[in-house]
Design a protein around this ligand. Structure first.
Ligand code: FAD
Ligand code: DLZ
Ligand code: SF4
Length: 524
């Protein structure tokens, strides 16, 4: 009996469900570097280097642990270039009796693997990925019969299920388990903009070892015309390195993570963020174990509740909810465009060449690090695309290409539903649309910008100001029925007609200046 266990590039966990019940003596673990996965969108060079390097390191660790590993390198002359082609070839090569694979994180691959089932010369088993707290059927069960699918209620269930930041129920007094501190959510304390006291300690950088350097050289050679640079590559590529990143985050940055969670500073790419998404999404870190580390810091009095609750909510709340929404809403989500946005993505998303200082800085960080933090993604890059009316599928491709932590299951709901409201509010109760004032409050971007944030219309006015109103007016038919947005229209209706005309003319004039991205950046 030979069991072939294909392990995909984001399944690098020793506790993987497909490996758990296998006997090392009759199992072949298969890892495959394939061109199709690197180019179906033309991923950032640093992202490809990260995934392939982490795969190579994981393969070595599996071998050290006694597993038989079949590792297919990208430039292997027999490589068919696709995951299904390589599974088929390996099943024949090893005369496998059974292929056992954990369900992939993407709809596209799920279909491809299911399509392979009948074609293989042996049986195939697709097992659930239980590295998440909430299984897909459980999420669908939670969603069924609910009018509104708000993250907050889902999150409370995850808190109860894990006991994270929960006091214990007391049978004697009959008191139920309750959230630590009496509240479920401390977000109100987590909205400080940057200030002079803010002094973020540097996040650890992991220098590429010989194996990673070889992968980087290969990526520079094979994917030379992909977006981004590998120059500053510093991601953890093993579970051991990722644990060090957790240690440093919990000790140095967690205490102020909450307070400055939404702050943005020009040239400061990490601030108090954890930079753990790449490691969690690859499978190098167990998300709940990371949360328990943060909880322990709270219990020891080393980090305040607003920071620890905020951090844990991102992982057991947002991350799990986003994954559930992906599987609930696919395949329609990929086509959604509730606001009929029809403008192509501007070229500056790729080049960073714009006078808007906020956007230029976010694109720079994205190009240099394959990373930007949450509020940059949502309130600068996403907000601009929303209010300028960029086609969702263009924006989705861009986000999937450029971030080292981007896999469709997590990228698509964040972009289509959270940032662009393309799902008409299934995920977010109202669009995250904002003018320059918000950006000015939360960042230092506006200080040295070519545009004036306080100027609302005309030459030199911050483009976000007029675009905000243009967006609201364009989408009035859909949005004014939303009672969280309705009062914006009362403000608009009270404005003098001439003023309203100036806003529309300013936005139209600005939109005229946008150069559409040349074809081929995202897809070949
Ligand atoms: P921290 O700020 O330290 O947060 C801690 C952890 O919480 C993260 O590591 C991540 O695992 C989790 N998390 C926080 N917010 C979210 C969220 N909205 N969805 C899922 N997990 C979350 N995250 C991705 O992992 N991949 C993506 O492709 C991705 N695309 C995004 C696109 C948009 C438009 C937006 C608004 C958000 C996106 N996010 C994505 C969520 C979030 O921006 C990143 O997880 C975060 O910036 C990663 O940096 P960090 O590890 O320092 O996060
Ligand atoms: C993103 C990616 C890349 C760039 N390369 C590979 C690869 O060579 N081999 C592989 O198994 N996976 C790769 N991935 C990840 C997949 O495209 C896909 O996003 C995940 O496997 C979904 O679970
Ligand atoms: Fe961005 Fe406007 Fe501020 Fe310039 S003035 S940094 S464009 S928000």
């Amino acid at each position: 009996m030979t069991v072939l266990v294909p392990v995909l590039g984001d399944q690098l966990s020793f506790g993987l469900a497909s490996l758990r019940d296998c006997d090392k003596s009759d199992t072949v673990v298969l890892l495959m570097e394939v061109r199709e996965e690197c180019t179906y969108v033309r991923h950032h060079k640093q992202k490809i280097a990260l995934i392939l390097s982490a795969m190579r390191h994981f393969a070595e660790e599996l071998r050290d642990d006694g597993w038989t590993v079949d590792y297919i390198e990208l430039c292997d002359p027999d490589n068919t270039g696709s995951l299904t082609g390589e599974i088929m070839r390996a099943a024949q090569r090893h005369d496998a009796d059974l292929v056992r694979v954990v369900e992939p994180g993407e709809w596209r691959l799920d279909k491809a693997l299911k399509g392979l089932m009948g074609a293989l010369p042996c049986d195939m088993e697709i097992v659930p990925d239980d590295r998440y707290l909430c299984s897909i059927p459980e999420f669908i069960g939670w969603a069924q019969g609910r009018g509104e699918l708000r993250m907050e209620y889902f999150y409370r269930e995850m808190r109860r299920n894990t006991g994270l930041l929960m006091t214990k129920a007391d049978e004697e007094t009959g008191s139920a388990a309750a959230p630590a501190g009496g509240q479920w959510n401390y977000d109100r304390e987590n909205r400080a903009g940057p200030d002079d006291a803010m002094d973020p300690p540097p996040a650890p950088k992991f220098s590429p070892d010989e194996s990673t350097r070889a992968v980087i050289a290969m990526v520079e050679r094979e994917f030379a015309d992909h977006f981004g640079t590998t120059d500053g590559f510093a991601w953890p590529v093993t579970a051991k390195e990722a644990e060090k990143a957790v240690d440093a985050f919990v000790a140095d940055r967690l205490p102020l993570f909450g307070k400055y969670q939404d702050a943005m500073v020009h040239g400061e790419d990490d601030l108090f963020h954890s930079l753990l998404s790449t490691s969690i999404n690859l499978g190098l870190l167990d998300p709940v174990a990371v949360c328990r580390r943060a909880e322990a810091a709270y219990d020891a009095g080393e980090a305040p509740l607003n920071a620890v609750e905020g951090f844990i909510r991102q992982i057991i709340g947002w991350r799990e909810y986003i994954r559930g929404m992906y599987w609930l809403e696919m395949p329609e989500l990929a086509e959604a465009n509730a606001l009929d946005a029809d403008r192509p993505l501007p070229e500056f998303y790729w080049t960073g060449e714009t006078d808007m200082r906020c956007l230029a800085d976010c694109v720079r960080s994205t190009r240099d690090n394959a990373h930007a933090h949450h509020i940059q993604r949502l309130m600068i890059l996403g907000n601009f695309a929303l209010i300028a009316g960029i086609v969702p599928q263009d924006v989705e491709d861009w986000f999937l290409v450029v971030y080292a932590d981007a896999y469709e299951w997590v990228e698509l709901p964040n972009v289509a539903a959270m940032a662009l409201w393309a799902d008409k509010g299934r995920l977010a109760s109202k669009p995250y649309a904002a003018g320059g004032n918000y950006i000015n409050r939360m960042s230092d971007y506006c200080r040295d910008c070519h545009y004036s944030v306080s100027k609302k219309t005309g030459d030199g006015a911050c483009p976000f100001n007029a675009l905000y109103w243009h967006f609201m007016v364009r989408n009035r038919r859909v949005l004014e029925r939303n009672n969280r947005v309705a009062r914006v229209y009362s403000t608009w209706d009270r404005m003098k007609e001439e003023r309203r005309g100036e806003y529309m003319a300013s936005a139209d004039a600005f939109l005229e200046t946008l150069t559409p991205a040349r074809k081929g950046w995202a897809r070949g």
